[in-house]
Structure formats: C-alpha cells, structure tokens
Design a protein around this ligand. Sequence first.
Ligand code: R5P
Length: 292
Amino acid sequence: MADQDGQKIAKNYEVGVAFASQGSFYVKGANNLDWGMKKHLSNIFDPKSGNTVMFAFDHGYFMGSTAGLERLDLVIPKLMPGVDCLMGTRGALRTCVPAENRKAIALRVSSGSSMLNEDLSHEIISVDVEDAIRMNADCMAVQTFIGADGQLSSIDNLSRTINAGLRYSIPTLGVVAVGKNMERTDRFFKLATRIVSEMGCQIIKTYFCDNFEQIVAACPVPIVVAGGKKLPESEALTLAYRSMQGGARGLDMGRNIFQSEHSAQMVQAIRKIVHEGFTDKEAWQFFQEAIQ
Ligand code: R5P
C-alpha cells in the first residue's frame, strides 16, 4: 500500500481528450472483452447512440412497497416501451415482467438490509450466477459502499460477481451507494467510481455531481447516472441533460419516472435527451406537449 503522506492532488483529467483504448467496439472499455460480453452490452447500450435509458424499479429490495411501485404488474408494462433496460430484482422480473419483452435486463443480485436498519451497508450476494444465466440477464447489479462500515463485504460481493460474470460472459454493474453519513462530493465519487471500475466491473452507476466530466474521464467504463429522490419534472430533465453533457452514457432513473404523475411521458422525454440529443429545455417542451 503506497505511503499516503504528501499525496499530490489528481488534476490532470484531460477532459477533452477521447478515451484512447476504444478500439472498434463502441462501449467504453469493452473492446478487449469477448463476444458474449459485447452482445450483452449491446443489448443495454443502443448501438446507434451508444447510450441507454435504464428504468430502476429494484427499490423493493430494501424499501418494500414504494410510492409509485405499489403494483409492479401494472407499472412496468406501462413504462416498458420507453426504456432500453429494465433494472429489478429476480422476484419482480419473474413475476411482473412479460417474458416475451425485448428489453435488456439488469438483475439486482445483492441485498441484505432494509429501511428499518440504521446502516444499510451490509449486504450479501443473494442471486447465484446460474440464476442470472437462466434469466438471460444482460448484467448483474451489485451495491458498493465505499467508505462505509460494509465496504469490505460489498467489495467482496462485487468481486465474486465480477469473477462469476467473467466465467459466463455476463457484465457486472457496480452501483455506487450513498448513505446518510456518506459524502456526496466529487471527491467521494471520484474515489468510489475509480475503485469500483478497477475491481473490473463493466458498467458503473453513480450520481451526478460537480466536475462530473472529470469523473467520467477518469473512469474506463461507461457511467449511467442514478436519479435519486423525486424532483419536479423540469429539474429531473435538467439533471438528465447535464449528466449526458458531462459524458454519462445513460440514465438509470427510478422515482423521477415512476413517481411522476405522467410517468410514460416522462420516460419518453428522458429518451429524447439520451438518444436524440434534445436539450433539457427541448425535452421539457416535449413533455408539456405530450401531457396535453
Ligand atoms: C440503487 O441504490 C438502486 O438501484 C436504487 O433502487 C435505484 O438507484 C433508485 O433509483 P432512483 O434513486 O432513481 O429512484
């Protein structure tokens, strides 16, 4: 472990310089992966735009029945047409998502805490890779708690999942968790995203923050941005736009979609930003017209 005294501050991110190891495959950091991994990644990231609209509805794994997700069986089919990738637990996917759907699947494989716990950072791997294979999952999502009490076990969970994913060519989505006592600064997200990417995952989910473009530049795999708590729709669209402008390759929103009174129109407005280059103002106008 390197001596940490007198550490220089990282600053040379060369934000305007393109990723140098891109090769011929369009997903960042994936050029040296095998065909199976690339196939899964191309199910998630649209080959034309290179981006993805993920829809997160895995909240029940620790929050129970969440406002807007009371009836997974009704909500998911309604929103499915507007999304590229469905992110949920195997319980929700198997029971409430029609098997004949053509969407990519991000399968949550870690769990272990609930809203009743003060510290949410202690999880286990609750889904075997064999079940991820049976479900034809395009990636396996693991929560990581950098700087929290459960850091070591979450890195163990992440590493086991990446190792299993590499055996069977299934990408791993490392989810950077934030908690009550955890920072939400660019300093924290730079640390966390880089640690998680160097563990070997193929996709990272994190939050938007100041200097986001530096986080993207220093991360050798694609980043998708989490939505967080419900915002007014215009602000959520600005968050989506700023994330994409900062170099994200997609959004993985939950509450800002399913808690909107006009959730189907909201997902279509996000789609305009992610795939068609709309600005936040253009997407807001689209949304307002769509709800008339
Ligand atoms: C990450 O912690 C989980 O995937 C959450 O369920 C998801 O990120 C929540 O999405 P949102 O914050 O956009 O509601």
